[in-house]
Design a protein around this ligand. Structure first.
Ligand code: PHE
Length: 338
């Protein structure tokens, strides 16, 4: 009996299972319902009682050897099947899809870079503002229409609101530092407008502020010309038209020569050859005084532009809604060093 068991153990070791048909034969031969292991257990009843324990353990061990050889080989075949039939190791790897920067971030970063080069720092402030920083310190009369519910999203009646421009950040900078001040404030702003291709209830601005002794309108104009040429190329021209803002006096609206038709006239510039890009002016002395800066000693200029508007001209995107819909087909089209 013991000799027989040893022989069976040897058979298990030597059985050829090099293909799956053989492996199946192995299973049937040793582990099947009419197989050797089953038969061995059946002989156990004829073994004298004093040997039963020992023989039983030997049969168990034979069963384990057969089972383990079977399962190891089965796993090898299964892995080979996956590699052989389903995985093509020669196939080129799939491209990782890399994200792209949002076009508004690209334009914002480019604007920041242009002003950094002439000494402007970046300042940021809260999007939820009080009346003082968004309106009163900026010389808005109490009855000014921009304070109206139509334009402003109020959070707490008439005092706390979503900022309508980033001029509010400049008030904070003026209150907390002494001239010379040379800073730009990029950020998101909110206005209560119906959403359409040409208007949105939020958009992005970069506003600039320069305060020192003897700052003049000529400095403002030269800075903006530099900016336009850096952003749109050496051929870019600007023109200033008189305008009105409560916080600047005098104020102007700035147009840039149409980048789309080279000022020849097209439907984007409405055949004028010029495109409006920003508002600007000399900081009203009332604003300087309200922010703790002596208006007899210092003068300054300020300007503000919409990032969407610049992006629209740079990338010829005419529907404002595209910027906030997060459609990757739109977003993936933009690349730049910024
Ligand atoms: N704050 C103005 C706006 O939001 C832009 C502006 C800034 C105009 C500075 C003049 C000077 O429209």
């Amino acid at each position: 009996m013991l000799d027989n068991l040893e022989k069976i153990a040897l058979d298990i070791k030597q059985f050829d299972v090099s293909n799956s048909a053989n492996l199946e034969n192995f299973r049937i031969h040793f582990l099947g319902s009419k197989g050797i292991v089953k038969a061995l257990y059946a002989t156990l009843k004829d073994v004298p009682n004093e040997n039963k324990r020992e023989v039983g353990q030997l049969i168990n061990s034979i069963k384990e050897q057969a089972e383990s050889k079977f399962s190891i080989q089965k796993e090898i075949f299964e892995n080979q099947e996956v590699i052989g039939n389903k995985l093509d190791l020669t196939r080129p790897a799939q491209d990782e899809s890399i994200g792209s920067r949002h076009p508004l971030s690209l334009v914002r970063n480019e604007i920041i870079d242009i002003f950094n080069r002439i000494g402007f720092s970046v300042s940021e402030g809260p999007e939820i503002e009080d009346d003082w920083h968004n309106f009163s310190a900026l010389n808005f009369p109490p009855e000014h229409p921009a304070r109206d519910m139509q334009d402003t999203f109020f959070i707490e009646k008439n005092d706390i609101a979503l900022r309508t421009h980033t001029s509010s950040v400049q008030v904070r900078v003026m209150e907390n530092s002494t001239p010379p001040i040379r800073t730009i404030s990029p950020g998101r702003v909110y206005r209560n407008e119906a959403i359409s291709a040409r208007a949105h209830c939020f958009f992005h601005q970069v506003e600039g502020l320069y305060i020192d002794k003897g700052v003049s309108f000529a400095d403002l104009k030269q800075t903006l010309l530099y900016f336009a040429k850096e952003l749109f190329g050496e051929k870019a021209q600007i023109r200033l038209r008189p305008s009105y803002f409560p916080f600047t006096e005098p104020s102007a609206e700035v147009d840039i020569s149409c980048t789309i038709c080279n000022s020849k006239g097209c439907n984007v510039c409405k055949y004028t050859g010029w495109l409006e890009i920003l508002g600007c002016g000399m900081v009203d002395p009332n604003v300087l005084d309200a922010c703790g800066i002596d208006s007899k000693e210092y003068t300054g200029y300020a300007f503000g532009m919409g990032i969407e508007r610049i992006a629209q001209l740079k990338y010829k995107v005419n529907d404002l809604r595209l910027y906030s819909e997060n459609d990757v087909r739109f977003l993936k089209q933009f690349t730049s060093g910024f």
